[in-house]
Write a protein that binds this ligand. Structure first.
Ligand SMILES: Nc1ncnc2c1ncn2[C@@H]1O[C@H](COP(=O)(O)OP(=O)(O)OP(=O)(O)O)[C@@H](O)[C@H]1O
Ligand SMILES: [Mg+2]
Length: 271
């Protein structure tokens, strides 16, 4: 069964990754999706952490079907969608399925076709990915036109973010990255974190890094995770909530003002 249909227009696709685990990708992806949906956009949030899905956990959802069943049984992915807010739908992923973390090329092609049919119902698509540089992480990054890299001031996070950018640049010809420092003590620390990463990148890689502003370390984020609610909704006036609203505007601006890479860049990633 084939669900994709011929089409001309596809919504922008923005993929969040980090290299290092636990830096805040899922928390930020979920809250960014809410903030963008609040601005009136129809947003699809894809849980691209195919082995250890977390979007459903952060939102307290119980998925009846996930990307795993969609792929295994060639289902229409609309059957797995969960509408979590008026403008926001989540496509959940399964947890504890090791082989999904390393999607082979035929599954990448299949998932790409299914997602492209689904995307036409939305105005913006966000993808939360797993940590690391595995094939599924790289595939989602090349499937998306826009690559957002979450980084913390921690040197290991900077090193891993650089490694991700390097692989996407050298092996997949990605040239532009949106950089989002998270868990910073101050905006100055966010700027320093960005400056450190961009200096190394400018020295060794042909890439353009854009600073998206930073998200402060804020207990409201942890509380949102524990209570399984988006902090941008329950604590919009918190430091992280305000930063998230600014981030949503910057993301929209970045997407509006930059040309996505050519479609030929959306390629298979060997396992
Ligand atoms: N700005 C922040 N302030 C305080 N805590 C934060 C912030 N961002 C993330 N955290 C905390 O960091 C932890 C990890 O966050 P999250 O699960 O979003 O990271 P991740 O990058 O998606 O992890 P993984 O790589 O395992 O998927 C969570 O407990 C979250 O509350
Ligand atoms: Mg995560």
């Amino acid at each position: 069964m084939e669900h994709a249909r011929p089409h001309r227009w596809q919504p922008p696709r923005l993929c969040l990754s980090s290299g290092k685990g636990g830096v805040g990708k899922t928390s930020l992806a979920v809250n960014l999706a809410y903030a963008l949906a609040d601005q009136g956009l129809r947003v699809l949030l894809v849980d691209g952490d195919l082995g250890l899905a977390n979007v459903d956990v952060l939102l307290g959802l119980s998925a009846t079907a996930t990307i795993r069943e969609v792929l295994a049984h060639d289902l229409d992915p609309r059957a797995a969608l969960i509408q979590v807010a008026p403008g926001l739908a989540v496509l959940p992923a399964g947890s504890g399925v090791a082989e999904l973390a390393n999607l082979p090329p035929e599954d990448q092609r299949h998932l790409g076709r299914l997602l492209e049919g689904l995307c036409q119902d939305f105005q913006l698509v966000l993808v939360d990915t797993a940590a690391g540089l595995g094939p599924s992480v790289l595939w989602f990054n090349t499937w998306a036109q826009y690559n957002l890299v979450v980084v913390t001031p921690d040197p290991t996070s900077l090193t891993d973010a650089y490694a991700l950018i390097k692989v996407l640049c050298r092996a997949h010809r990605r040239r532009r990255f949106l950089i989002l420092p998270n868990q910073v003590d101050s905006e100055a620390e966010g700027q320093r974190t960005f400056a450190t990463l961009s200096q190394v990148a400018a020295r060794f890689l042909e890439v353009e890094l854009d600073y998206l502003g930073s998200i402060p370390a804020d207990p409201a984020v942890q509380q949102g995770v524990r209570e399984q609610v988006p902090f941008v909704q329950v604590a919009p006036k918190s430091a992280a909530g305000r930063a998230l609203t600014v981030l949503a505007a910057r993301v929209l601006n970045s997407i509006a003002t930059c040309q996505p890479p050519p479609a030929a860049d959306q390629e298979e990633v060997g396992s």
